[in-house]
Write a protein of this length. Structure first.
Length: 610
């Protein structure tokens, strides 16, 4: 058997040496690897050095003729299966371990000095064009052999690859396919109507949505030059041209992105207040480009708002202003500020035999309740006539009773009307009125060496301040925020300066249209002197004092504020409300007179009975 193998080798060498360029038929079984190395060395006419014993047998069955390059490849395949390869060092081929091949001065090739030999492992340096070298390296690592080494150089955008020459050629072909059509195309576009910084944000969003930026060759870089208001597009030519066509379609006169200025004259709302509202909206909005923020200014003399910004933003705020600048509904607030004497009201209630005064308290509320609770008094007035005046019976009945109460107390000097102011209020806006006087109050005094006393005074407002803020909740309801402040200077003094007092009441009430709110609790004490005398005799000079009797009594004065709101219909003006109030006043006077006549009749009947 051993002799047969030796004979095969001799015959193979002999046939190749005499016909190297001619194809041969080779088939062998159980051939030692060492013998295969000898045969290959003879065929390629190069010395092969191997220092390690590589054990193993080789079987090769060929169905067609082979050339010497094929036999070399057979040897390389066999050595690779054993973890070895061949390194060409100065025309001497060395058999080394694949993992150590890099350490044996492998031949170095580049795209400039040819493809080199395909006999063994080599190191080749080649430049990657149009594509990032790190991106390419990540895509080809799985294609190289296990023992290959790959290094990328960012500065030169090159790959250094140590592998079998055939593998390197395969990798280079794949890189060529990957980087195909990735050559960067550059286009500079000068904008005429649109801001470059604003448009760049929109273009980046479009590019991200249309082009797959995870694919390097699809990505388009967009650079902004603020000085020239231009854009530079860098990327795939077809993608750059697509964005350029889009820019040309919108960079025209009247573009939505160009800056515009609008002056809006306001009809109902104050420019200063509106500007505060709009600026709050702008500050809460998120802008991709801060240059797109709308600038808002006001002209208070013309009550106008000035908007400066992109056309679409300005249009947005114009629509918002149109919705805000609406004519606001008005509320006519009628107030009556009166002083009610508890003592006189109590006496008057007892005098007319009104129920509730013996067991209850005195005051305006008690008197009004007594009138309302007396069925015989309520029956004297026909409330059905209210409907003919355009008023709602349920809402106005109590108002008429309250008005009659005020009139009766006023006729009997138990009530003093301080003021009857009227306020025309804008819905949801505070209005105020002050009723009082300004007094000089001593604040300081000093005495000179000559005994002259100098006093300092300040002018202080003494009276009632009424603030009302109405808010229409629906067509028939009004929410009233009411503040009343009563300031007064008392007769007592401290350090030669008068003492002052301040009483304040705040309340919120929801009432019907035409329904009254009564605010009390603003009380002050008053000392009065009453003179009783015998008629005629009390008027005699000197001797008349014998027929007179003077006595003092303390009275409690309630300052009462009655507030009644009337909603002004949107389709009507103030004259409409005034006419309605005149009608209501006439009804109130008729009702008062009938009540008064009934009370006087009752009073006379009681006298006659007694």
């Amino acid at each position: 058997m051993r002799l047969n193998k030796i004979f095969f080798v001799i015959v193979l060498i002999f046939s190749i040496s005499y016909g190297a360029k001619e194809p041969v038929n080779i088939n062998f079984q159980s051939l030692d690897i060492k013998d295969l190395v000898k045969v290959t060395s003879k065929i390629i006419k190069k010395n092969i050095l191997f220092t390690e014993n590589i054990n193993g047998k080789v079987d090769f069955i060929s169905n067609k003729q082979l050339y010497k390059e094929d036999i070399v490849n057979v040897l390389l395949y066999v050595l690779e299966s054993k973890g070895y390869t061949i390194v060409d060092n100065h025309d001497i081929l060395r058999v080394v371990k694949i993992n150590d091949a890099v350490q044996y001065n492998l031949p170095i090739y580049s795209t400039k000095n040819g493809n080199g030999s395909s006999l063994a492992m080599v190191t080749e340096v080649f430049v990657v064009e149009h594509t990032n070298v790190d991106y390419i390296s990540s895509k080809i690592r799985h294609l190289i052999s296990k023992s290959a080494k790959l290094v990328s150089d960012k500065n030169s955008n090159s790959i250094i690859l140590t592998d079998f020459k055939d593998n390197i050629d395969t990798v280079k072909k794949i890189i060529t396919l990957i980087s195909k059509d990735t050559k960067k195309y550059t286009q500079n576009i000068i904008l005429k109507n649109i801001q470059a910084t604003t448009l760049s944000i929109e273009l980046k969003a479009i590019s991200k949505a249309i082009f797959d930026e995870t694919i390097e060759k699809e990505k388009v870089d967009i650079l902004v030059n603020k000085d020239t208001n231009s854009l530079m597009l860098v990327g795939k030519k077809s993608n750059v041209e697509f964005l350029n066509d889009y820019i040309e379609s919108i960079d025209k006169d009247g573009s939505l992105i160009e800056k515009v200025v609008e002056v809006i004259a306001l009809k109902n709302i104050e420019a200063k207040n509106l500007a505060t509202t709009l600026n709050a909206i702008i500050n809460n909005k998120k802008y991709k480009n801060t240059d797109d923020k709308t600038f808002i200014s006001t002209d208070e003399e013309l009550n106008s708002v000035i908007l400066i910004g992109t056309k679409n933003e300005v249009n947005y705020f114009q629509e918002l202003i149109d919705k805000l600048d609406k004519q606001r509904q008005q509320v006519f607030v009628q107030a009556r500020i009166i002083e009610v004497s508890d003592t006189k009201t109590n006496n008057l209630g007892i005098q007319y035999g009104l129920r509730g005064f013996k067991s209850g308290g005195s005051g305006l509320a008690t008197f009004s309740s007594a009138l309302n609770g007396d069925a015989s008094l309520s029956s004297v007035m026909d409330f059905s006539s209210i409907g003919s005046y355009g008023f709602d019976l349920g809402m106005m009945k109590n108002g008429l009773l309250l008005g009659a109460t005020v009139n009766l107390l006023k006729q009997n000097q138990a009530l003093d009307v301080v003021s009857e102011p009227s306020l025309l209020c804008i819905n949801n806006k505070e209005s105020s009125i002050y009723v009082g006087e300004t007094k000089s109050i001593k604040t300081n005094s000093s005495t000179t060496d000559g005994g002259t006393t100098n006093a300092s005074y300040s002018r202080e407002d003494i009276g009632l301040t009424l603030k009302v803020k109405p808010r229409i909740s629906n067509s028939n309801k009004v929410t009233l925020e009411i503040t009343t402040i009563l300031e007064d200077a008392s007769q007592t003094q401290t350090n030669d300066q008068p003492d002052t007092s301040k009483k304040e009441v705040k309340t919120t009430a929801i009432v019907n249209d035409g329904e009254s709110v009564i605010i009390g609790g603003l009380i002050k004490n008053k000392t009065e002197t009453t003179e009783n005398k015998v008629p005629l005799l009390g008027d005699i000079p000197l001797f008349g004092q014998l027929f007179k009797n003077n006595y003092e009594y303390n009275d409690k004065i309630n300052l009462v504020v009655i507030i009644t709101p009337y909603i002004v219909p949107k389709s009507e003006d103030l004259t409409y409300i005034r006419n309605k109030l005149l009608d209501l006043k006439s009804l109130e006077e008729k009702y008062t007179q009938k009540i008064f006549d009934e009370l006087e009749k009752r009073k006379n009947e009681e006298k006659n009975d007694s």
